[in-house]
Design a protein around this ligand. Structure first.
Ligand SMILES: Cc1ncc(COP(=O)(O)O)c(C=O)c1O
Length: 391
């Protein structure tokens, strides 16, 4: 039986001197753009007061992205901003008005087909926004992807192609196919000579943190745990908090599955370079099942992260159940495999004496104000039920 296990490595390359050189995102205009989307509403920031008391910490805040645009994850924030910026450049538009980007406004719009590979959430976000704007999308998915995630993409109008191989192979294949068929690739990871779209995607995610800033009214977290697959979300968070909050007192902790932990592995090698996860990628946290770091996210993660955590699937399952069965007056939160791992890790570190050394290193104590992001809801309802019932 798989073990409940958790390990961490301090990131020795963290380098606050570089933070001042980073560009701040134009967050006002990005949020302004997202506010124009038909299903936009600010997502909740929950305060888990009863659990904070039980675990002996000051605060636990959870930014809950499980209802963003009715799509069960935050992902469309990135894809929508990148697609909008691409269309803005192509048609030389002065401002970003959502309605103005619609295909019916441009005589040559039939030539544009957007394409991406996905482990589920990113492809859904792209297909959703592309359909809203009246264009076509081609979405490559791995053959192991559960049918609920495929159906969700088809339901919003994406054309799905099932692909043999993992996320990283799909990225290579789609780059080739896009060249052959003239598609515009909207990838959340970069490669040689392909960086602009992923940069816009990373910038698009900043809306989450801009909302958090408003919701916290500038109260400053001491710890932020953030999940990483290719690292685009984490780099957005790091760039945001290290530029907007003039505080180096925030500890940022990247959290990954132990069978896809490329950032943890890179911090272990500690030569300043990004390294692929060398083993077989095998985790129920589908959104985090990436062996290769996004090369443009890496420098930000390397310079801006304090610790890397590596967690077994059981930690994620613990998080899913604990969100679903909250402490006393705390709210029920629906969280899927990739969404819940940071919560499971926090609970396990605080309650299991085997991890007291990690807890001490992270300085998790009665003064700690912890921010988590629930990045997805029950995107795989069958596994969600199984995990919830198994507790
Ligand atoms: C639910 C969820 N959480 C977290 C992530 C991690 O994001 P990134 O791949 O940018 O590190 C993903 C990626 O798809 C995801 O789907």
């Amino acid at each position: 039986m798989a073990k409940t296990s958790l390990s961490f490595v301090p990131n020795q390359k963290v380098n606050p001197k570089t933070w001042k050189e980073w560009d701040a995102f134009p967050t006002d205009s990005i949020l302004e753009f997202h506010r124009q989307l038909p299903e936009y509403s600010i997502t909740p920031l929950h305060s888990l007061n009863a659990l904070s008391k039980k675990l002996g910490v000051n605060r636990i805040w959870v930014k809950d992205e499980s209802h963003r645009f009715g799509l069960k994850s935050y992902k469309a924030l990135g894809g929508s901003f990148a697609i909008a910026r691409f269309l803005q450049q192509r048609y030389d538009l002065e401002d970003l008005h959502f309605e103005q980007l619609h295909a019916t406004n441009f005589p040559d719009s039939e030539e544009i087909v957007f394409a991406t590979m996905t482990d589920g959430n990113h492809g859904l976000g792209v297909a959703y926004i592309v359909s809203k704007l009246g264009y076509e999308s081609q979405i490559y998915v791995p053959k192991e992807m559960v049918s609920a995630r495929i159906e969700a993409i088809e339901k919003v109008g994406g054309t799905v192609t099932i692909f043999e191989g993992g996320y990283d192979d799909a990225a290579r294949q789609i780059a080739k196919d896009a060249e052959e068929y003239g598609w515009k690739v909207i990838s959340d990871t970069a490669w040689e000579n392909y960086t602009q779209i992923p940069e816009w995607i990373i910038a698009g995610y900043s809306t989450i943190f801009e909302e958090v800033k408003e919701q916290l009214a500038w109260d400053v977290p001491t710890h932020i745990f953030i999940q990483a697959g290719v690292g685009s979300l984490a780099s957005s968070l790091i760039q945001y908090f290290r530029t907007v909050y003039e505080s180096d007192g925030i500890k940022i902790i990247i959290t990954e599955p132990d069978c896809a932990n490329c950032f943890y592995h890179s911090a272990q090698i500690n030569d300043g370079k990004a390294h692929n996860y060398p083993g077989k990628v095998d985790t129920m946290m589908a959104g985090l099942a990436c062996a290769e770091p996004n090369p443009i996210a890496w420098p930000v993660i390397r310079d801006g992260t304090d610790f890397m955590l590596s967690c077994s699937d059981k930690i994620s399952a613990l998080g899913m159940r604990s969100y679903y069965h909250p402490e006393k007056s705390d709210p029920i939160i629906i969280s899927g495999e990739a969404g819940a791992v940071t919560f499971g890790a926090l609970i396990e570190m605080c309650r299991n004496p085997n991890y007291s050394a990690i807890k001490e290193k992270l300085e998790l104590n009665s003064k700690s104000k912890i921010l988590l992001v629930n990045t997805e809801g029950a995107t795989d309802p069958v596994n969600f039920e199984k995990v919830i019932q198994s507790g």
